[in-house]
Write a protein that binds this ligand. Sequence first.
Ligand code: NCD
Ligand code: ZN
Length: 348
Amino acid sequence: MTQSITIPTPDDWHLHLRDGAMLEGVIADSARHFARAIIMPNLVPPVVRGDQAASYRDRILKALPVGMTFEPLMTLYLTETTDPDDVEAATKSGLVKALKLYPAGATTNSDSGVTDFVKVQPVLERMAEIGLPLCVHGEVTTADVDIFDREAVFIETVLDPLRKRVPGLRVVMEHVTTKDGVDYVRANEKDLAATLTTHHLIINRNHILVGGIKPHYYCLPVAKRELHRLALREAATSGDARFFLGTDSAPHPTDLKENACGCAGCYTSINTMSLLAHVFEEEDKLDNLEKFSSQNGPAFYGLPVNETTMTLVKGDAPVTFPSEVKTGAGPVTVFDPGFDVFWKVEEN
Ligand code: NCD
Ligand code: ZN
């Protein structure tokens, strides 16, 4: 029996597109299935000012294949020298939709991130005033905190105090990977939401480490214990408006992942929607897929839900995805869920 589901075209509320040849190689995979995406600013050098975001946006649109539509929602990388007036101007012009907080050293290209939160207090206050959300990479980076505890410790020692110091600041906890993160969002009615990635709904830390190390399952924040994966699945499929999709699709050339010091990031733009349909069906929550991938995100960001639609069809034969995407910056390995998937996005 063929089963199908039609939802408003999804958006991706956390995406790495990179620049240059990599951008050209991956943009179509996002534009095919997503109308809009929040574009991460962790380029080298990072996108810190409004003028840099404007020219990055132009490069993204230029890289978009003819005939495809896609709206990049730009972000600025918060540094200790970010100018509140520049942020306000870039927001009021409609260009910038969020600022991104990376604790210094937390992940790929995060060296310019924040160490001293006192220095960013004025810009955070301005953001609260103008309603601009702060997207947060929620991990502490101090060497004495175990990598599997970094999210939970961040919530307690950095995020909660920060939210108390800046009342009214709207925060997105990005790529939440723990039950602690889910519980924290649930305990706060106002000004707080979280994105969840597709891969964190599928893998736990055993997938990375048991039976040989699997570099293509290594991303940051690193996948945690099974109990956390189950909490993430419950949150994503619950329909709760505070949780929405941010794939965190993060392309790296395969040789830089299959490496003695492999980079963090999973590439999922190309198969995310099929995988999500699979997960939501497993949880018996297919009806909530549109909330997670198409409705909750725009509601938080104060944007309209897309008027176009996407249809996913479940067939009898497994869908095949390429194992690698070729780009001018080298091949990128596609996230392999490790099971057959039968849901396919119907091409228009
Ligand atoms: C991201 C990247 O490669 O830019 N990597 C990742 O593992 N998610 C950075 C990030 O979002 O942490
Ligand atoms: Zn990311």
